[in-house]
Design a binder for this molecule. Structure first.
Ligand code: 6PG
Length: 462
């Protein structure tokens, strides 16, 4: 009898099955796609059993059965659950490790519970290598069910520098997939910031690919030790297979997406979350599809400003902090709205290794949440990040101004700056908006000097 089942054996499912096996757990591996099961045969032994039918999968699992589903999100998950529901017994546990929409997970947790089956929606991050060597995992659903799979998921998860697993129980319902969605929104924002920094380096700094790659590599070993910075250095250094050029110069500049970042924006709108960087990153991808490639690319003949590279590093570092701050800000609002008791420092720990947005800064975030005496609405209210704001804001301001002057669009850098200029500003001008609303629609307003709701009989010019 095997201890764990995996359904879906394309890259992620296969690598997770091998990861589970390498940690001493026995696995039954199944896919409706026969060649995927055939491809597992070369790993078959006592601890890995490839199976070709649903019935063989279920028959070969210890009870209560624990099954990880790693297939395309959406309809295929519902079809799989329909099938499993006919074969499983009360007490069995099904984990969906795909990038499912949290609304679907909310629904599935409920529907499966009615059949006595515990359903866990688990965000998985880290791509192909992460799946094999240690992903970051974000499981949500019934806590007692989580406890039963905890030893396996803790064994296969990535580990932080001090050896703690990058997995912890997130909360009920679809909260695990919600946290993964927020992870992906942050991922979109940081990727877009890096693209803007690249654009400033090549257009204003006149740097070639080699110099830019080296700069990203230097930053990775300096202040911004983020995985996405590390791989940006590698992408810029890669030679093309088809020409003598660098591959980056032949990659079409139109960004695709499967949409998890867009989902974060959708829910951010529902919650009223000021996630401007994520919004700009999503729109940046839309823009890249819409751009009429007829005009002239910006050419800057401005003198490269003093301390350009170090200011750019500081601007990037601060913008990365804003992306995390906006992500955690949305989690804070979601926790209140959906009545989830989210543990922010544990979520930061989950992201410290294995996942796409991993960076040294997450350790600092974990500490900031641990040390906080009051609820953290924005990371920048904590002493750790208040200091970073003070130190790096001038550089961010300079880089945004430089982009504006040179005609290089820097939407997420600007959004980060605007967020920081707004978040502690007691004199934002929305009093005028309230006045306008009351003027044209008697929408009323609150006052800053007394309680109550007010309406003014506005003087209309004849
Ligand atoms: C991860 C990634 C992963 C996937 C992205 C890509 O954490 O491992 O986020 O889940 O690569 O969802 O998303 P887009 O196709 O939308 O860019």
């Amino acid at each position: 009898m095997q201890q764990f089942g995996v359904i879906g054996l394309s890259v992620m499912g296969k690598n997770l099955a091998l990861n589970i096996k390498s940690h001493g757990f026995s696995v039954a591996a199944f896919s409706i796609d026969k060649p995927e099961v055939d491809a597992m045969q070369k790993y078959a032994d006592d601890s890995l059993l490839p199976v070709y039918t649903w019935e063989d999968l279920v028959k070969n699992l210890e009870k209560p059965r624990k099954i990880l589903v790693m297939i395309q999100a959406g309809k295929p998950v519902d079809l799989t659950l329909d099938k499993l529901s006919t074969l499983l017994e009360p007490g069995d546990i099904v984990i969906d490790g795909g990038n499912s929409n949290y609304h679907d997970t909310n629904r599935r947790v409920k529907a499966m519970k009615e059949k006595g089956i515990d359903f866990i929606g688990m965000g998985v991050s880290g791509g192909e290598t992460g799946a094999l060597n240690g992903p970051a995992l974000m499981p949500g659903g019934d806590e007692a069910a989580y406890k039963r799979v905890q030893p396996i998921v803790e064994a296969i998860a990535a580990k932080t520098d001090d050896g703690r697993p990058c997995v912890s129980y997130i909360g009920p319902e679809g909260s695990g997939h919600y946290v993964k969605m927020v992870h992906n929104g942050i991922e979109y924002a940081i990727m877009q910031v890096l693209a803007e920094v690249y654009d400033l380096m090549r257009t204003v700094g006149h740097m070639d690919n080699k110099a830019m790659s080296q700069t990203f590599a230097d930053w990775y070993h300096d202040k911004v030790d983020a995985y996405l910075v590390e791989i940006s250095a590698k992408v810029l250094a890669q030679k093309d297979d088809l020409t003598d050029d660098d591959v980056i110069d032949h990659i079409l500049n139109v960004a695709s997406y499967k949409g998890t970042g867009n989902w974060m924006l959708e829910d951010g709108i529902v919650l009223g979350a000021p996630i401007s960087m994520i919004a700009e990153a999503v729109i940046g991808r839309f823009m890249s599809k819409q751009t009429l490639r007829l005009g002239q690319a910006p050419v800057s003949d401005e003198k490269v400003p003093d301390n350009f590279v170090s200011n750019l590093q500081d601007a990037l570092n601060l913008a990365q902090a804003v992306a995390y701050a906006q992500g955690f800000g949305q989690l804070h609002l979601a926790a209140e709205a959906y009545d989830w008791d989210l543990r922010y420092s544990a979520i930061a720990q989950n992201w410290e290794a294995g996942c796409i947005i991993r960076s040294g800064m997450l350790k600092q975030i974990e500490k900031a949440f641990d040390n906080a005496k009051a609820p953290v609405k924005t990371l920048f209210q904590t002493p750790e990040f208040a200091k970073q704001l003070k130190d790096e804001l001038p550089a961010l301001r300079k880089m945004v101004a430089l982009g504006a002057q040179a005609g290089v669009p820097v939407p997420t850098l600007s959004a980060a700056l605007t967020y920081l200029d707004s978040i502690f500003n007691p004199r934002l001008p929305q009093n005028l908006i309230q006045g306008q609303r009351d003027y044209f629609g008697a929408h009323t307003y609150l006052r800053n000097d007394r309680e109550g709701v007010y309406h003014t009989e506005w003087y209309e010019e004849k």
